[in-house]
Design a binder for this molecule. Structure first.
Ligand SMILES: O=c1ccn([C@@H]2O[C@H](COP(=O)(O)O)[C@@H](O)[C@H]2O)c(=O)[nH]1
Length: 276
């Protein structure tokens, strides 16, 4: 999917919601446990209930890997039921020496047909570039994450005369590896106060923003400070949507939660994106 196609979907749905499919077998509604593949059945119903309200789905790969071979089967089946025009993100946080990264890229872009994969920047250019060779596929690079530990390295000040934060150096350097048509960045919703610094370095890139909902980040703040004229944001919520209810009504309640976010997004789009 291209940046323009993604923006078209955002305008059409008046939404930049990414639903996180962080499906924990321990949290599944009781009545699904008798089905052949409860994780898939849960995802299928969540997707059916939310597909018109979101523009992306982001399964966090940990939830599937932890289940062994059956987890990979559930993930593959889930990918098959995501409608074509919805952007898919493998939140896998990969990256290794070049030849290993090539195989990670093959795993997520060929064996499984994801549109994008999250990648850690710590090993540098040769660990990221193998994910950039396939047209239409995206790298989403970790830049300023939503967790408290982001302070440990990402917020270190560099003694380079500019006193930049390390995350700013990551943005500056990695922006030379790929254009805004192939690279996005993870910026936590809990980091809204730094988003203007991010936008100075990468004004046109899409930002994948986790951390609203369960982690307490503000959708309004991140939208006001982080939007560009093509929206430029995919805001993820997982637990706040998929676990809105643990009962038989889980899909209907997930829809209600997604709808509430989409309505807030519609207002933000009208306010902050000029040609909406
Ligand atoms: O900085 C980051 C990077 C990734 N995540 C992932 O996003 C979701 C958030 O889930 P919620 O339930 O909406 O909190 C999850 O998969 C994280 O691993 C992040 O939270 N922060």
């Amino acid at each position: 999917m291209t940046r323009e196609q993604l923006f078209e979907q955002i305008l059409k749905k008046k939404s930049y919601l990414c639903v996180g499919l962080d499906t924990d077998p321990k949290k599944l509604p009781q009545h699904l446990l008798d089905t052949e593949d409860p994780v898939f059945e849960f995802n299928r119903q969540i997707i059916e209930a939310t597909a018109d309200l979101c523009v992306a789905y982001k399964p966090n790969i940990a939830f599937y890997e932890a289940q062994g071979p059956q987890g990979w089967v559930s993930l593959e089946k889930t990918l098959q039921v995501i409608p074509e025009n919805i952007f898919t993100i493998a939140d896998a946080k990969r990256g290794d020496i070049g030849n290993t990264s090539e195989l990670y890229a093959r795993a997520f872009f060929e064996t499984m047909q994801f549109d994008s994969v999250t990648v850690a920047p710590y090993m540098g250019a040769d660990s990221v570039k193998p994910f950039l060779v396939q047209e239409g596929k995206w790298v989403i690079l970790l830049a300023l994450t939503s967790n408290a530990g982001s302070q440990d390295f990402q917020m270190l000040r560099l003694e380079d005369g500019n006193e930049e934060y390390l995350f700013e150096q990551v943005l500056r350097t990695s922006a030379t590896w790929a254009t805004a048509d192939q690279m996005m960045y993870v910026i936590g919703a809990t980091q809204a106060e730094y988003v203007q610094r991010v936008r100075k370095l990468v004004p046109n890139h899409f930002l994948l923003v986790p951390g609203v909902g369960a982690q307490g980040g503000s959708l309004e703040d991140i939208s006001r400070l982080g939007m560009n004229q093509q929206c430029g944001l995919l805001v993820n919520s997982a637990r706040g949507i998929i676990y809105a209810s643990s009962g038989r009504d889980f899909a209907a309640k997930a829809r209600e939660a997604a709808l509430a976010v989409q309505r807030e997004m519609e207002v933000c789009l009208e306010q902050y994106v000029r040609h909406v």
